[in-house]
Write a protein that binds this ligand. Sequence first.
Ligand code: SF4
Length: 338
Amino acid sequence: MTALLSLDKASIVFRARKGLLGSVPVRALDDVSLSLDAGETVAVVGESGSGKTTLGRVCLRLLKPTSGTVVFDGEDITRAKEKTLKRFRHRVQGIFQDPFSSLDPFMTVGQIVEEPLVIHGEGDADTRTMTVHRALEEVKLTPPGELAVKFPHMLSGGQRQRVAIARALVLQPELVVADEPVSMVDASSRAEILHLLNELQERHGTAYLYITHDIATAYHFSHRIAVMYLGRIVETGPTREVISNPLHPYTQALLKAVPEPDPDNRFRRRASITGEPPSPTKPPSGCHFHPRCPYAFEGCSTDDPRLLEVRSNHQVACRLWPEADAQARLPERPPTGR
Ligand code: SF4
């Protein structure tokens, strides 16, 4: 099966200012390969600064990779011209973290949800109104006639994020890049919104690239998971397999840091990850995780581990998993799908 979206060795290199006149290269994304099938949810997990938002922006083609390719439905869109990108933007939409700043405060909910239809020249005013009302009903903002005339400041955080979802889905895209869509809404709305996204996926077959710092929601929401550290994917595989058998010490640390309820039913964090993420302007040599890794051993500060398949569809970049063993277990063809 051809992947809906695939990235092949995509890198983004910025230049960051250093001192008054100088600058240094920063690899915000470092040789990332990733694929996503129609109707599938792939979660991208990591701390802040891991490159996951940059990856999302590359998948939306808001950023052009410095090297590598982005292919959508068989078409290379890495350096596509505006006409191709317009078609692509009809089929791929984004939902962003902050429902407070991502909605224009001077537009009504109806105008916000209608805007993509206007940009892409869909229907006349009457059919657009019907489509907008249907989209509002789908995200459970009812009655749609009443909600459509409200302004964003009249809504709760959860309702605003539903407006953002309605706007993203009104064109019936095949792929939605959802960048921390629930991190700024209250806990009760969080589960509801993820449940809603699941329902919409079942109804319309939409694929999601779900970007999050929260490995617990990734567990409940995704089919596959990619764990990122300092611009690289360090572990990837089917979500249940990766969460039940995490192989990379960083994935293990992320899982240990997930809060669990104590006897008083308050959530407490079990352990935090040692040290701070290093600056991408000065990544550590060898394995980038070595200064924080409890298992670092001789050679980890000089040898850069590659992402290798060590179990069925489960890849990891860690020297604890010797290359020879990993290669012996590689399938004849690269894995696809879940
Ligand atoms: Fe730790 Fe070495 Fe594996 Fe890096 S390669 S995660 S430092 S054990």
